[in-house]
Design a protein around this ligand. Structure first.
Ligand SMILES: NC(=O)c1ccc[n+]([C@@H]2O[C@H](COP(=O)([O-])OP(=O)(O)OC[C@H]3O[C@@H](n4cnc5c(N)ncnc54)[C@H](OP(=O)(O)O)[C@@H]3O)[C@@H](O)[C@H]2O)c1
Length: 426
């Protein structure tokens, strides 16, 4: 694109869109030097034109068509959010032969392969869709291009990391920390999308497409959030030398790929486990490079805009590279590993009647499924005449632990559904 000026159509002027406009203006000369041309916002689109908003030095409309049909607009930047509405905008931009930049992980979780197909040689930038300001897409797609990716472990939801960190540092239960996070704006008023793990799943799917060329859907990913974590789990982690994190995990084993999102115990020495607060971090292990670690702000207007603008600069510099990084289909068609077949070590928290013989019953059930216990602790419970059993197992198959958990839950002495957290040793 040998032009003196590139015109941007900015669809969405919310948290991210307004930061993009601001940074393009404030850092105009630097960005022009890097891109090789001036980058100007020609027009912006919002849903509600009557809303009071900051000063923008470009026209604002509520008609998406004003951008999509404007022949002078060179790049469409979709920062509106949502899934199907955004997908329609993205398709129309590509059909109008306009390169696309988006931060929309939810849309990409469902439609990334359709978009790649429609785009053909038109570039699509989506650096901001995973881990906000961390350039993980470019690292994985370009920087690690020579590697078979053995594993990805990601703290890719700042809200969950913030909640788990405060639970650890202050000894406060989940509900109280969530309330505080909502007051401070770190959690939405309806936090379920974050705390149930769905946001993390969307980002993991994008990373897995680049690492493995695998086309999985959100429903295919084992998804467990942080809502059941209690102070007993946090205390156990402290006592036995673990960090407790919500992780997005993608792992290659043979011709299969595991994709899962769940709270995970990590050994104290794992670097990613030390990442606290709202920050994000991703550990990627390649067969040639070994472990690489990426750390930074996973959300926020300016950090996310930094990633959006990096895509705009890349498009200004070069014509195109395939959206998900594979010029040809991957030589071996990797399959998604069924969750029942994954193997892991497990931590179990079981509320039981405090009487003799209970532990023997649980040990027998585990033994019947070939599951051996590694560590065991008993804690008093607030529930009268009950105690909490905390135990970890050696590595076993997920289907067996599921059977054992069901049998334990069905015991008369078991008070509530046992809680299970997977332990990963990267
Ligand atoms: N916020 C972050 O830290 C962050 C981080 C990474 C990725 N992202 C992603 O970035 C995208 C934007 O997020 P955001 O936080 O900036 O959202 P936001 O603050 O809610 O802003 C959305 C903007 O899009 C406009 N809009 C919504 N629907 C529209 C439609 N149908 N047509 C035209 N305009 C429409 C809204 O208009 P009004 O102003 O009139 O309501 C608003 O200006 C999302 O996909 C999000 O997942 C956000």
């Amino acid at each position: 694109m040998e032009k003196k000026q590139l015109n941007i159509g900015l669809i969405g002027l919310g948290v991210v869109g307004s930061s993009v406009a601001k940074i393009l203006k404030n850092n105009q000369e630097l960005i022009a030097a890097r891109a090789g041309c001036n980058i100007i916002v020609k027009s912006g689109v919002v849903r509600d034109i009557s809303k009071a908003r900051g000063d923008f030095d470009f026209p604002i409309t509520a008609r998406v068509e004003d951008v999509l049909e404007d022949k002078e607009i060179d790049i469409v930047v979709e920062l509106a959010g949502g899934v199907e509405v955004a997908f329609e905008i993205a398709k129309k931009a590509l059909f109008a032969s306009k390169p696309l930049v988006t931060a929309n992980k939810a849309m990409l979780a469902y439609h990334r392969y359709e978009l790649e197909q429609i785009a053909g040689n038109l570039p699509i930038g989506f650096e901001a869709s995973v881990a906000g300001g961390i350039p993980i897409i470019k690292a994985l797609r370009d920087g690690l291009g020579a590697n078979h990716i053995l594993s990805i472990y990601g703290i890719i939801n700042g809200t969950c990391n913030y909640i788990l960190t405060r639970m650890k540092n202050e000894g406060v239960e989940y509900q109280k920390v969530l309330q505080k996070a909502q007051e401070l704006g770190y959690a939405e008023s309806d936090p379920s999308f974050d705390v149930e793990g769905f946001d993390c799943v969307h980002k993991l799917l994008i990373l897995a497409s680049i690492a493995y060329g695998i086309n999985a859907k959100p429903e295919d990913v084992l998804t467990q959030g942080i809502t059941e974590i209690t102070q007993e789990d946090i205390a156990f982690a402290k006592e036995f030398g673990y960090h407790l994190k919500l992780l997005g995990i993608a792992k290659k084993s043979g011709e299969e790929v595991e994709l899962r999102v769940h709270p995970t115990f990590l050994p104290k020495e794992a670097m990613i486990g030390k990442v606290d607060g709202v920050m994000n971090a991703i550990s990627v292990v390649g067969d040639s490079v070994g472990e690489t670690l990426y750390y930074g702000a996973g959300a926020g207007g300016d950090a996310t805009a930094s990633a959006v603008i990096s895509d705009i600069i890349e498009i200004a510099r070069t014509k195109s590279s395939p959206m998900l990084g594979f010029k040809n289909p991957f030589e071996k068609d990797l399959k998604l590993k069924p969750i029942a077949q994954i193997s892991s070590a497990y931590y179990l928290r079981i509320l039981v009647l405090d009487k003799s013989g209970v532990l023997a019953k649980i040990a027998t059930i585990l033994g019947e499924e070939d599951i051996s216990i590694e560590t065991f602790l008993q804690r008093p419970s607030k529930v009268q005449n009950h105690s909490i059993l905390l135990l970890t197992t050696h590595i076993c198959i997920e289907s067996k632990i599921k059977i054992a958990l069901k049998k334990i839950e069905d015991l008369e002495v078991t008070k509530a559904k046992p809680v299970m957290i997977r332990i990963e040793k990267p």
